[in-house]
Write a protein that binds this ligand. Structure first.
Ligand code: ADP
Ligand code: ZN
Ligand code: ZN
Length: 808
């Protein structure tokens, strides 16, 4: 008999990063499963934990008992529990953070547990003690029920299916409420009252009949499935005192009011046939394989995904589809919902905590077979996965920048192995890492070179902005771009204008002395916001009024530099007053749903020009876009990061891909101050392969990925001296442990981080480049353990990022 549970406790330190044994109290014996969360005593506190295993004996004596379970069903299945170990090993995170990252955020918030009677179950099945509670309301607080019956009874019945259990987050607004018609009293009194009443009208009888058959609260909707147009009858019964009206929170479905056009599988093109065949084979034979689907923009990758998923669903299995947060537009969701209807759950950051939880529950309960979501959807609690797809696999948003610092691609491949299923990585501009793996045969390369309907890739023209200046054009629009925009307006075709603002801020500079306004807490320039005439720090939130005089030299020639989308919008208003412009950037898309609204308006041709930052570069498939203008291609080239050329190439290729996707041919204008740069030139030619070869050469020379792996150790503290002492110690320790210089391992540092100070903390780093270094993980673990106490007591922060994507 299992008497003991091994629990990973929520005490996030290196010393407690192991399982602790607890006795299982008798009344919980039948109600506890591996993968559930429990409350346990720890020291003199009560903490949460995850049950990861049962055992009969423990080597520890004097075990304490589990206080109570938090879940009715496991929140993590066996595979996810194992995956937690994988994450902890691969990203050097604590097991507790690995498990927590897999759960919807609602389960981490403070919440109340509620029980409702399961569908088709009746109040009569309840013990007498509980009846009054359930007559009063449909949803009963667990705590109230616990006062009347033993909690072990509640757990047992919840597990046996008499109750549904739901979680409601405390102090969260925006709850969706439903109105219920509730019987006024218990059944005997109800009948008594009924006998004294004069029921008028047939409808009232029919309604009362429903209550007699199923004596429980009902919504108007439920009643109206049996008695159409029952609302007024219900209200009459309320006024006669037989029923009461009450409001309860309900299941939320963010897409329930949207109609999705049903679509059927399209006959595939020859290219699509060729690439889908090996994927279908892998599905059919349940073999794990990683495919890299390299298809130019508009080549029909999504249709390949859809038909692969269809096959998976026919086999009774499940599919996970990851897309970058930013391209989780209604258009993308529509394509999946249109094909698979309510079998699709959608997870993205625009949803409220409750909505996310509800989508997650659909997955957990096997009510859906497909999940489409951003990064964290990779942890969907499916148990029978038949395919995992990562669209736009090169996107850096697949890497989480906080603990656990995982890359969704690595997790996908691990889960693909666990489930013996294919993983499909799709992109028009694969990451160098993935393409190199495909070249070596580690991944199976699939290629699609043609656009749908034989439409051509757009013609790209590069405009040298230095020349423009020389010829006297001081505007942000080159003569060529302006001319082509005028033409589009005449023809009522649409234009996309992108302002590349990656690594570029509209900073405030003194033209007299060159002083740039910087954040007093962080070592980065402040960004100018015109509407409020303020400057703000995007790291710590510091803000102040823009000074009228230079703090350095007191000159009043201090003004903002660089171009923001607002400024472009103003200029457009001046030179093309007839054009209708939609501006999309962080300022216009902060409100929930605003992103979608703007895109829908553009799709419905309520505007001629869509102006935005890189967030508009992806996923748009609008037939009427025939011109794409990139206002400033260069800014992302100058970020101090070895991936800046790759990112610029990807961005330019993606945004060019928005033009001419259907019948109308497309054109692209790229404005730049460095027209000779290879990223820009290969993007003009749509030449991924040559770009890849060229960039590989540079990476090889610089000893960067994919030739070397990287590990970045970052140390931060408020005291500069102390920060430096710590990074120095770490660097020399690491040097001693690893084969620095001797083999193929290189240790760089200690060095100041590209941003010296963030939120008043100084930052230093040490970068390790390696090819094969078996001693790496143990060494890094030792570093973390050694400084554990300083982290807790002195506020030291050490982060270790294996395969970092942000070098700042
Ligand atoms: P990608 O994802 O590669 O950028 P899409 O999947 O968006 O390309 O496809 C581009 C367009 O071609 C879409 O409008 C899509 O509906 C259409 N399309 C895809 N496959 C087919 C097909 N086999 N027959 C007809 N149209 C297709
Ligand atoms: Zn000055
Ligand atoms: Zn700051």
């Amino acid at each position: 008999m299992n008497r003991i549970a091994s629990v990973i406790v929520d005490v996030p330190t290196a010393q407690t990063d192991r399982s602790f044994d607890y006795l299982i109290p008798d009344e919980l014996k039948d109600n506890l499963e591996v993968g559930m969360r429990v409350i346990v005593p720890f020291g003199n506190r009560q903490v949460q934990g995850f049950v990861i295993a049962f055992k009969e004996k423990s080597t520890v004596s004097g075990l304490k008992e589990i206080i109570e379970p938090m879940d009715i069903e496991p929140v993590l299945n066996q595979e996810l529990l194992q995956l937690g170990e994988f994450l902890a090993n691969e990203t050097l995170c604590l097991k507790i953070s690995a498990y927590q990252v897999m759960l919807p955020p609602a389960l981490k918030a403070k919440y109340d547990k509620y029980i409702t009677l399961a569908k088709d179950r009746e109040i009569g099945e309840l013990p007498k003690e509980l009846e009054p509670l359930f007559l009063k309301q449909k949803k009963v607080n667990w705590k109230d029920a616990e006062k009347l019956v033993p909690s072990s009874y509640l757990y047992r019945q919840a597990r046996a299916g008499l109750f549904d259990v739901s979680y409601e987050i405390k102090n969260k607004g925006n709850k969706k409420k439903n109105i219920y018609y509730v019987p006024c009293s218990d059944q005997a009194q109800f009948l008594n009252k009924l006998n004294q009443l004069n029921l008028t009208g047939k409808k009232q009888f029919q309604v009362v009949n429903i209550y007699l058959q199923n004596f429980a609260p009902h919504t108007v909707k439920e009643i109206e499935t049996k008695v159409p147009n029952a609302r007024s009858s219900l209200n009459q019964l309320v006024s006669k005192g037989l029923l009461k009206k009450e409001e309860y929170e309900e299941y939320r479905d963010p897409y329930q009011n949207k109609k999705f056009q049903e679509t059927k599988a399209l006959p595939l093109t020859d290219e699509q046939e060729l690439v889908i065949k090996p994927i279908l084979d892998s599905i059919e034979h349940s073999t794990h394989e990683v495919f890299l689907l390299h298809g130019v923009t508009g080549s029909g990758k999504t249709e390949v995904y859809l038909q692969s998923i269809e096959k998976v669903m026919k086999n009774g299995k499940e599919a996970i589809v990851l897309v970058p947060e930013i391209s989780l537009t209604p258009q993308m969701v529509e394509r999946f919902k249109g094909r698979f209807g309510n079998k699709v759950a959608v997870l993205h950051s625009g949803l409220s905590l409750g909505e996310k939880y509800d989508e997650w529950r659909k997955i957990q309960r096997k009510e859906v077979q497909v999940v489409v979501g951003a990064r964290s959807a990779i942890f969907a609690p499916f148990e029978n996965i038949g395919i995992i797809i990562i669209d736009e696999e090169h996107e850096t948003s697949y890497k989480q920048e906080d603990n656990p610092r995982y890359h969704a691609r690595d997790v996908a491949i691990e889960r693909g192995k666990n489930h013996h299923c294919p993983v499909v990585l799709g992109s028009a501009t694969p990451s160098l890492e993935s393409f190199a793996r495909a070249q070596k045969g580690v991944y199976h390369l699939l290629t699609m070179q043609k656009r749908m309907n034989n439409s051509q890739l757009p013609v790209v023209e590069i405009v040298d902005m230095r020349e423009e200046l020389r010829t006297g054009n001081r505007s942000m629009f080159s003569t060529a771009l302006l001319e082509k925009m005028r033409l589009r307006l005449e023809r009522s075709e649409q234009i996309v204008l992108m302002l590349n603002r990656r690594g570029y801020s509209s900073f405030v500079m003194c033209r007299n002395c060159g002083y740039v306004l910087k954040c007093p807490n962080c070592d980065i320039s402040l960004t100018y916001h015109k509407v409020t005439d303020q400057v703000k720090c995007h790291y710590c939130g510091f803000e102040m009024r823009t000074p009228k005089q230079c703090p350095e030299c007191s000159s009043n020639h201090i003004r903002f530099f660089g171009t923001g989308t607002q400024k472009v919008e103003e200029e457009l208003g001046r030179i093309l007053p007839e054009a209708r412009v939609i501006r999309m950037d962080v300022d216009t898309t902060t409100r929930k749903g605003s992103h979608e609204k703007l895109l829908t308006a553009f799709q419905e041709k309520k505007a001629d020009i869509l102006l935005g930052t890189q967030m508009i570069a992806k996923g748009l498939d609008f037939p009427n876009i025939t011109l794409v203008g990139v206002l400033s291609a260069d800014s992302s080239l100058h970020i101090p990061d070895f991936r800046s050329s790759e990112r610029t190439f990807q961005l330019l290729t993606q945004v060019s891909g928005r033009a001419g996707r259907h019948e109308l041919p497309g054109e692209v204008i790229i404005q730049t101050y460095t027209p000779e740069h290879y990223s820009i030139n290969f993007a003009k030619e749509h030449d991924y392969l040559t770009f890849y070869q060229y960039e590989m050469m540079i990476r090889k020379r610089g000893q960067y990925p994919p030739f070397y792996y990287l590990a970045l150790i970052n140390v931060s503290h408020e005291n500069l001296q102390y920060t430096y002492t710590v990074i120095e110690k770490i660097t020399s320790f690491v040097r001693g442990q690893l084969a620095d210089g001797k083999g193929e391992t290189l240790i760089l540092g200690p060095a100041v981080s590209p941003i010296l100070k963030i939120k008043n903390r100084y930052r230093y780093q040490c970068l390790i480049k390696y090819k094969n270094e078996p001693n790496l993980i143990p060494t890094l673990k030792q570093v973390l353990e050694h400084f554990q106490e300083d982290q807790v007591k002195r506020g030291l922060h050490i982060s270790i990022d294996l395969n970092p994507y942000s070098m700042m």
